[in-house]
Design a binder for this molecule. Structure first.
Ligand code: DGY
Length: 328
């Protein structure tokens, strides 16, 4: 049932089928230009919307929420992570927040595996050599990387994505270790053949590859600070497809440059697209533009989730993916 009375404002371009469906269902304002909204435009949208559909990069903090109009009752985030939204304050103002979990799990886990394989096997360097036309032919000692099978993979954060990575890693012969706020159910742990470490510090010192899958919260900000990074073996690799703020990017950069870590695969950065310039151009670092969930299928499914959340809310129910304080 269309709910044309509902004013829905979307902050960025969404995949075409999602926008078409939104036009059919709601009184929707889309962002044709895809230009990121500045604080003024976002504040204006907060004033006028019944439902706001923001996404990563739209900072909805206390100050922004203070601009919300009386009619704003739902922030239906396009994305699983909601660290850019002050959910507590939104709730206090009677505004529900929902997200899009689940549908980007496999795509993000696939991308993580791609990086776990690419960095130790030096795919970036091989590609650059070919692109520059500098390859002189096969040689027994050229571009030797490190074998993946048999290595210890440490997973930091064993939620949906962490577990999807563990399943894939097992198939590649990696030994799975993990640290999580809560230990997994014994059956799940046995199924994943995963070893639990209550102490993150102890796990860090023993893994060959560390992959990050916890959310960014005040408690995980710089969880991998200089002290913890120094616990890792100099031969270890770090992969981050979660949030940049979890690693102290400056400390990581210094260690990568000093050869105190073997390499890194980074899809996310501490300050969004303002990347530490000293990370660029390093042979042992693969940098990607936050594309872990970037598949046509996944991005359409994320949009479908947003629509279901809005429709359920419009029908007078709690959105199925409402972010509740226990998740914070
Ligand atoms: C999310 O949805 O939070 C992801 O980071 C997008 O890839």
């Amino acid at each position: 049932m269309p709910n044309k009375a509902l004013k829905v404002i979307v902050t960025r371009r969404l995949p075409e089928p999602v926008e078409t469906r939104m036009r059919e269902l709601f009184d929707v304002e889309l962002n044709e230009s895809d230009e990121k909204m500045g604080a003024e435009a976002l504040g204006d949208a907060m004033k006028r919307a019944d439902v706001l559909v923001p996404t990563l990069g739209d900072v909805i903090d206390q100050k922004m929420l203070a601009q919300a109009g009386e009619s704003l009752r739902l922030i239906a985030n396009y994305g699983a992570g909601f660290d850019h939204i002050d959910v507590q304050t939104a709730l206090q103002r009677g505004i529900m927040v929902s997200n899009t979990p689940g549908v980007l799990t496999d795509d993000t886990a696939d991308m993580t595996m791609a990086m776990i394989l690419s960095v130790p096997r030096r795919l970036r360097e091989g590609n650059i050599l070919m692109q520059r036309g500098e390859w002189t032919g096969w040689s027994p000692t050229a571009l030797m990387g490190h074998r993946i099978g048999g290595k210890r993979l440490g997973i930091l954060g064993m939620g949906r994505i962490g577990q999807a990575v563990a399943r894939r890693a097992k198939a590649f012969g990696l030994q799975v270790h993990y640290h999580n706020r809560r230990r997994l159910h014994p059956e799940t742990e046995a199924d994943l053949e995963a070893t639990y470490w209550e102490s993150l510090d102890q796990m860090l010192a023993r893994v060959d590859i560390l992959s990050i899958h916890c959310p960014h919260t005040p408690g995980t900000f710089h969880l991998l600070n200089a002290r913890r990074l120094k616990l890792m073996k100099p031969s270890a690799y770090i992969i981050n497809t979660a949030r940049g703020e979890i690693i102290d990017e400056n400390a990581l950069t210094r260690m990568l440059r000093a050869g105190e870590l073997a390499g890194a695969g980074l899809d996310v950065f501490e300050h969004g697209n303002d990347i530490n310039p000293r990370l660029k151009g390093l042979d042992n670092v693969l940098l990607l533009p936050h594309m872990g969930s970037a598949t046509v299928e996944g991005r359409i499914e994320m949009g479908e989730k947003v629509i279901i959340n809005i429709k359920t809310f419009a029908d007078g129910h709690r959105p199925p993916d409402q972010v509740v304080p226990a998740m914070l």
